[in-house]
Design a protein around this ligand. Structure first.
Ligand code: SAM
Length: 202
């Protein structure tokens, strides 16, 4: 079966060209993007969080699947790469771009949630260090019951820093040991894991 996505976001060619020009090579691949669209489409009026905007390819796939009433927050440390996403996608009122360190943002959002000012998310695409290799608990705390936490780039890649393979193995073990999430590994695209927060039964 050929699993090349047939339907792609309109902004994708421009984002890919900008990524090439900027030498940015960390965008999600098209199959992961198509899964993001499907997961977003499964959440009408959904609240979606992306950690690590990059130039906005994942953002574009998420927006492509979202309904008109869904909302997306995407957080990025590097303002120069996020500027590409803002330029191409910033006209869409469903997306809020945040220029911040993801760890700081997670800590601050968590505090606000404690005070009742912040709501959980139905889908979290954790695509950078914070929310995945650091601040994992904080990111998982923001997943609503029945909500999905998705990570990619789990298959070994050339150029991984020393020790990263062991970090990935620890992350998978930690996620799969949790009682409050059901998980599935997807040996596909760059290697994904999807975790869904279970709804406690009476
Ligand atoms: C894998 S790329 C994101 C790709 C994007 N989600 C996509 O699907 O196309 C990871 C991004 O995380 C950003 N980043 C690195 N450290 C970060 C941090 N502490 N907080 C927020 N973003 C960070 C990088 O600048 C990079 O753009």
């Amino acid at each position: 079966m050929d699993d090349t996505p047939l339907r792609t976001p309109a902004a994708l060619p421009a984002l890919r060209a900008a990524a090439r020009d900027a030498g940015f090579t960390m965008s999600c691949d098209a199959r992961t993007g198509s899964l993001l669209s499907v997961l977003a489409a499964a959440r009408p009026v959904g609240r979606i969080l992306e950690l690590g905007t990059g130039v906005g390819e994942g953002t574009a796939w998420l927006l492509d699947g979202m309904d008109p009433d869904a909302r997306l927050v995407t957080v990025e440390l590097d303002e120069s790469v996020q500027a590409v996403a803002r330029g191409e996608l910033g006209g869409d009122p469903r997306v809020t771009f945040v220029g911040a360190d993801g760890g700081t943002w997670l800590e601050e959002y968590f505090s606000a949630a404690d005070e009742g000012d912040a709501e959980p998310f139905d889908l979290v695409f954790a695509d950078t260090w914070p929310g995945k290799f650091t601040h994992l608990e904080r990111a998982l705390d923001l997943v609503a019951p029945g909500g999905t936490y998705l990570i990619d780039d789990l298959d070994p890649q050339p150029g991984w820093p020393e020790g990263h393979e062991a970090s990935v193995a620890r992350l998978l073990t930690e996620l799969e040991a949790r009682e409050d999430f059901r998980t599935v590994r997807l040996a596909w695209a760059s290697g994904l894991l999807m975790a869904v927060r279970t709804v406690s039964r009476r």
